[in-house]
Design a protein around this ligand. Structure first.
Ligand SMILES: [Zn+2]
Length: 467
């Protein structure tokens, strides 16, 4: 209706859009299926993709995208493209137009007049996630600059917040945690020495990216005007899209970051075999140079251990030291791994997110494995650190207790039930509550630190442990 359609036509178009989206969603791999990288790997040439979708001619499309020479494709989800082709053969031109019009408006809505942005907010935030009101305009503007010109903002952020001492301290902690994983792998009772050698080689090849990229993205070709918000956004989106397409047929860029320096998050990239900690996640109240080691090792150490463990979770373990999808496990070791992850799948499936909705623990498996392995590694590193730098005693909590409290504090959060329901379907992370309580229940060191009785709710008689 905001585009001028009558209520009747708008309602009809909305039905069409929902019908098409539902058809496409049903033809897609589920989120759990997508966790298996082999299910997403279908290499095809031009003739192959043409055969897959006879009703979509790739030639003109690729030409328009300035990719006429492209001849090597990974079709992540062939079943989806087959369904799309069937749909294209059956759909009316009018319905297709309604569908594409909706998508272009949806994509453009954050940059259009308030009535468009408000309408987007009303469904995607208010209805789906229970958010009562939009963030103030300045916050939305900062978010847009982060999304569209993130590394330009990042240079300023790093200059103000991330000095060489902070980088050195967090890199040191990262190396201690890698050392802990080295010792952990060597001591694993269930893995053969041949697979251990492979695991250690992969660990040794992990690249540590701390704070910010070595080479900054150059936005000088993006024209920015004070009086053209929509145009600015469009040009920045086009720039990023072109930047990515330009990497086709070039050697892999191992310096690339997927997050901006000001992001409060971290990640492991299985295809680069690197762990990435933006400067934003190495700031108070997470990492605080003014605090002592115990909470910092529990909190940031836990995050570092988490990302490192992703290289060895149900998904990451399928990639080798160079980031290739290549099996380096023998069957026996893979089965032993599977038995241990099953313990986590079964345990987390019992936890209730909201109402009667349980954690989909096949979806959250990689994150749950990384949480547990991560904190175990951080704890090993913290022990080593406490031996070097004996913690001062305080009368409220022991250093061991402060390590766990430090870990728990990253997950101080409050979520509306709508958001919990949505995330239970789509988020690969368990809710914060179980990322803390569900995790420490599997750590005998936690029970010891707080002198928990054996039947305490946060003590499991048979702890799960993978790494
Ligand atoms: Zn993770």
């Amino acid at each position: 209706m905001l585009l001028g359609a009558s209520p009747a036509v708008a309602a009809q178009n909305a039905t069409t859009v929902l019908r098409i989206e539902t058809q496409l969603a049903r033809a897609s791999l589920t989120r759990v299926e997508r966790r298996d990288p082999y299910k997403l790997f279908h290499k095809m040439d031009r003739a192959g993709v043409d055969r897959l979708t006879p009703h979509f001619t790739w030639g003109p499309f690729l030409k328009q995208m300035k990719l006429s020479g492209a001849n090597s494709f990974n079709v992540t989800d062939p079943k989806f493209y087959a369904a799309l082709d069937k749909l294209l053969a059956a759909i009316s031109l009018q319905d297709l137009k309604a569908y594409l019009r909706w998508h272009s408006m949806h994509a453009a809505s954050p940059y259009l007049a308030s009535r468009f942005e408000d309408e987007r907010f009303a469904f995607f935030d208010k209805t789906l996630r229970g958010v009562p009101q939009q963030k103030p305009r300045w916050k939305r503007c900062v978010q847009q600059v982060d999304a569209l010109l993130g590394e330009a903002l990042g240079q300023e952020f790093v200059a103000r917040t991330f000095g060489p001492e902070l980088k050195a301290a967090t890199l040191f902690m990262t190396r201690q945690i890698e050392q802990a994983m080295h010792e952990d792998i060597e001591a694993l009772p269930w893995m053969s020495s041949a697979t251990k050698q492979q695991a250690l080689a992969k660990l040794a090849a992990v690249v540590n990216k701390i704070g910010y990229p070595e080479r900054w993205r150059d936005y000088s070709s993006v024209a920015i005007g004070r009086d053209d918000y929509f145009g600015n956004a469009l040009r920045a989106i086009e720039f990023e899209s072109r930047r990515q397409l330009n990497e086709i047929d070039k050697p892999l860029d191992r310096l690339e970051w997927q997050m901006t320096p000001q992001t409060v998050n971290a990640y492991y990239d299985p295809q680069l075999n690197d762990i990435n900690f933006p400067a934003g996640v190495l700031q108070p109240p997470l990492y605080d140079p003014l605090m002592d080691d115990a909470p910092n090792y529990g909190n940031t150490g836990g995050t570092i251990g988490h990302e490192l463990t992703h290289g060895f979770d149900d998904q990451g373990r399928k990639f080798d030291a160079a980031g290739n999808l290549k099996d380096w496990w023998n069957n026996q070791d893979a089965n032993e791994f599977g038995e241990r992850t099953q313990c986590i799948v079964d345990r987390y499936a019992q936890y209730v997110v909201v109402d009667d909705i349980h954690i989909n623990s096949r979806l959250t498996l990689g994150e749950d494995v990384a949480d547990l392995g991560g904190l175990i590694l951080a704890h090993m590193a913290w022990r080593a650190q406490a031996a070097r730098n004996v913690p001062a005693s305080r009368d409220d909590l022991t250093p061991e207790q402060r390590f766990f409290v430090g870990y728990a504090q990253w997950a101080c959060e409050n979520q509306r039930p709508e958001n919990l329901r949505l995330r239970a379907k789509i988020d690969e992370h368990s809710p914060g509550r179980y990322r803390v309580n569900g995790l420490v229940a599997n750590m005998p060191d936690f029970a010891k630190a707080f002198a928990c009785p054996v039947n305490a709710p946060l003590v499991k008689q048979t702890p799960c442990r993978v790494w």
